[in-house]
Design a binder for this molecule. Structure first.
Ligand code: TA6
Length: 282
């Protein structure tokens, strides 16, 4: 028997609790941020830092924060990194319990302050389809009469037991930029981690895998021309908010995105859907 209920975290943030025969999940209304997803009889597929205190106004450090309507730093240094969508309260607009799993839809109504950052009439929605696989789709519709340009990412945090044994695969032949340099060519198929890694890949395939001794996490992307691969390593971990110094060893981000030259251009009344699908491959 599936159950979808709304609950309140001890620190006040509301979330939707999903408990079905196929999986369990928690999606916070703030940022429509999924911060927990566990398929039945398998380990959780998302990571959250124990240092996060679930305070209003901050993206939770883990799960899948939504970076929209820009990724990274804005040209105006006073504007929030990764946009404002992840700190806003989204509305749960529909839920469906199906044989094949559960579908939840959220929308973000842009308020007065938002239009200061993003003065374009835009419908922004996110759909979750939960079964033994997590499918997340960020749906942008340009309701204005002008063409708009935006960047976006589903900033997924994954649990790994040891960053030094992780092999991230599926990047062969791609190009990447890192720390403002490049593009560099990715010659071999796997990426290993021994320093801060913050790569924006482009021209890559739609499926990557995170291979650990505990199992293989498969991450696939649709309508995503970029993928961001990030581990802060030792020094950066000391500077990050809501992040333990040792957290770098047990997490990695692999983000379905459209950033930099891969920005999304939306003509009037055009819709773009960015999707990521996550599952245990074995
Ligand atoms: O996606 C990688 C990245 O852009 C890193 O450079 C780092 O800033 C990370 O996102 C986390 O950003 P946040 O604003 O959530 O601390």
């Amino acid at each position: 028997m599936s159950a979808i209920t709304t609950k309140k975290h001890a620190n006040g943030l509301e979330y939707v609790n999903v408990d079905t025969p196929l999986c369990q999940a928690r999606i916070f209304l703030q940022g429509a941020q999924i911060e927990f997803f566990q398929p039945k009889n398998q380990a959780p597929l998302l990571w959250v830092s124990s240092a996060d205190d679930y305070q209003a106004g901050y993206g939770i450090r883990g799960g899948i924060p939504i970076c929209w309507p820009w990724f990274g730093m804005h040209s105006n240094p006073d504007w929030p990194q990764h946009g404002f969508a992840r700190t806003r309260i989204w509305d749960l607009t529909s839920t469906q319990i199906l044989e094949s799993g559960v579908e939840l839809n959220f929308t973000l109504e842009l308020n007065e302050e938002d239009t200061r950052y993003w003065p374009h009439h835009t419908q922004i929605a996110i759909q979750f389809i939960l079964n033994n696989t997590l499918t997340v789709s960020l749906i942008n519709t340009n309701l204005s009469s002008n063409t708009v340009k935006l960047t976006q990412a589903l900033h997924s945090y994954f649990p790994i037991t040891d960053i030094t044994t992780l092999k991230a695969k599926g990047f062969e032949g791609a190009k990447y930029l890192e720390f403002g340099e490049g593009p560099f060519k990715q010659h071999n198929n796997e990426v290993v981690f021994n320093k801060e890694t913050d790569r924006v890949y482009t021209e890559l395939g739609q499926i990557q895998t995170l291979e650990t001794p505990e199992g293989i996490i498969e991450v696939s992307r649709k309508n995503s021309r970029s993928a961001v691969l990030w581990n802060p390593w030792i020094d950066k971990s000391q500077q990050l908010s809501r992040f333990n110094a040792e957290d770098y060893a047990s997490m990695v981000c692999l983000e379905a995105a459209n950033v930099l030259e891969d920005a999304v251009i939306l003509a009037p009344h055009e819709t773009h859907t960015l999707t990521t699908q996550i599952r245990w491959k074995n």
